[in-house]
Design a binder for this molecule. Structure first.
Ligand code: ADP
Ligand code: MG
Length: 394
């Protein structure tokens, strides 16, 4: 399987990035960007665009398609490089390290800042798999090229970033949102492990109650996580809880809000009853001082929570995530549960993107800054070395 070799980044010249960016711009209204259009946007002298295209294709940053007309589209790798380069230029981080997570819709890497602080970078990959929702929307997707994976992945990242910031401001235990560009979110690295990997807890009851308390408090703020489970809750050595993974969150005014809320709650109850043998009927009443009622099985009831909606509109639009963005993304991410999703999405990878689906960044890039400084010296397009035989359309 193909690996994402970030080292290539340092050999990419200004012209390489100019053409890569031209393809990205063309993809706003073309699924496959006509080669002529790329050339016009990039406007390199002396037919330079064509040489650069070959080079980018060779490094799998672009995909060539000549089925309808001669053109190119970005691969995930190409999009990754654009986002990573932007982050490096902004000084957000200077190096990409090992992969620490593979989600259904994302890849997560450690990145390091100039001063050695390690952060987490999440690259969103909508369109890697077909969600139930996307599947049924496929025709729609086909006819609306603006709703392509670039757009959706960018929207997912923006949403995640906006929620993380707003939740942090309201005192929720979430990673610290650092920056966001394209489909990439940079956040603080959470110490510890997903709850699912934790073998033993000192105080399972406390952890359980903290977690259920979070679901309730989210609803009080007008929000439902929609994927709240042992994969998206991190636990550190002191059994401190951090919640992650927000692209599928919805408002309590969503038409399926109650169902999503109950499903989140049920996931947590099931997990703790199975793994920690907790039983719930007993501590329904002493459980907290809140006004929230519990049903006969100890589950907090959605209707008894006093919810202040409007979180989505007010707080999130401040981060550039609008109500319309929320409506758009909801069409494609049907608040699915990771565990539910995994079973019915097998073998349904979007054929357009499956070739890049397993790219991983697994190399340490000690100094991406080389890129800027030694760009001229390392100018990669060593024309003579481009092997014509490798210029296939794969
Ligand atoms: P997905 O949406 O693909 O499920 P997640 O945000 O849940 O992506 O991340 C997948 C995995 O990556 C998590 O289960 C966790 O192990 C790891 N991870 C994600 N964010 C962080 C972080 N900020 N710090 C440490 N590990 C993280
Ligand atoms: Mg997750």
């Amino acid at each position: 399987k193909m690996k994402l070799d970030v080292d290539v980044l340092r050999y990419l010249s200004k012209d390489d990035f100019r053409v890569l960016t031209a393809v990205e711009m063309g993809m706003r209204n073309h699924e496959i960007v006509p080669t002529e259009l790329i050339d016009r946007i990039a406007s390199l002298k002396h037919g330079g665009t064509y040489k650069v295209l070959k080079n980018l294709l060779k490094h799998k940053l672009l995909h060539h398609d000549s089925s309808k007309y001669d053109g190119f589209r970005l691969t995930y790798l190409g999009y990754d490089f654009l986002a990573i380069k932007t982050m490096v230029n902004r000084g957000v981080f200077a190096a990409v390290g090992r992969q620490i997570g593979v989600g259904k819709e994302s890849d997560i890497f450690e990145v390091a800042t100039e001063d050695g602080t390690v952060l987490a970078m999440k690259l969103h990959r909508l369109g890697r798999i077909s969600f139930r929702a996307v599947k049924s929307k496929r025709d729609y997707l086909r006819h609306r090229s603006s709703y392509n994976w670039l757009y959706l992945s960018r929207l997912a990242a923006l949403k995640e970033f906006a929620f993380m910031k707003a939740l942090e401001e309201h005192g929720f235990p979430v990673p610290k949102a650092v920056d966001c560009n394209r489909h990439c979110v940079v956040m603080s690295l959470v110490q510890g492990y997903p709850l699912v990997q934790v073998k033993q807890l000192q105080n399972p009851e406390t952890v359980f109650e903290t977690i259920i308390g979070l679901v309730v408090r989210l609803a009080e703020h007008g929000l439902i996580h929609c994927d709240f489970n042992e994969f998206n809750i991190m636990i550190d050595d002191d059994e401190k809880v951090t919640m992650i993974d927000f692209p599928q969150m919805v408002s309590v005014s969503h038409r399926n809000a109650q169902m999503y809320f109950e499903r989140d709650v049920e996931c947590i109850f099931k997990f703790f009853s199975k793994r920690y043998n907790l039983s719930f009927k007993e501590h329904t009443d002493e459980n907290d001082g809140s006004d929230v009622d519990s049903d006969e099985n100890g589950r907090p009831t959605f209707s008894s929570i006093s919810k202040s909606a409007g979180f989505l509109d007010k707080e999130l639009s401040a981060s550039g995530f609008s109500r319309k963005d929320q409506d758009d993304i909801e069409k494609f991410i049907e608040g699915g549960n990771e565990k539910d999703r995994s079973s019915d999405t097998e073998g349904t990878e979007d054929e357009e993107h499956e070739s890049e689906s397993s790219e991983t960044i697994n190399r340490t890039l000690d100094s991406l800054h080389l890129l800027e400084k030694e760009e001229n010296a390392l100018n990669f397009v060593e024309e003579g070395k481009v092997d014509e035989n490798q210029q296939s359309c794969e």
